[in-house]
Design a protein. Structure first.
Length: 72
């Protein structure tokens, strides 16, 4: 990931995820996080950062792609 994506995750995406309402799916993931040892917890956090950043970029690309359809 680029430095910008790391900054974006730390300063925008992660705070939004922390403040969001918890669904049963998110509760299950937080339970998983509490059961992991330190090495796996670090790897889990990095995987979450990677996929959350790419999901954000996918949302931007999808929105940009729909721009022409929304003009009418």
């Amino acid at each position: 990931m680029t430095d910008f994506m790391r900054w974006l995750y730390a300063n925008y995406i992660k705070p939004q995820l922390d403040e969001a309402d918890s669904t049963p799916y998110e509760i299950s993931l937080s339970l998983l996080d509490s059961c992991l040892d330190e090495d796996l917890k670090t790897q889990y956090g990095r995987a979450l950062e990677f996929y959350a950043g790419h999901a954000f970029l996918l949302g931007l690309r999808t929105g940009a792609g729909l721009g022409g359809a929304l003009k009418y």
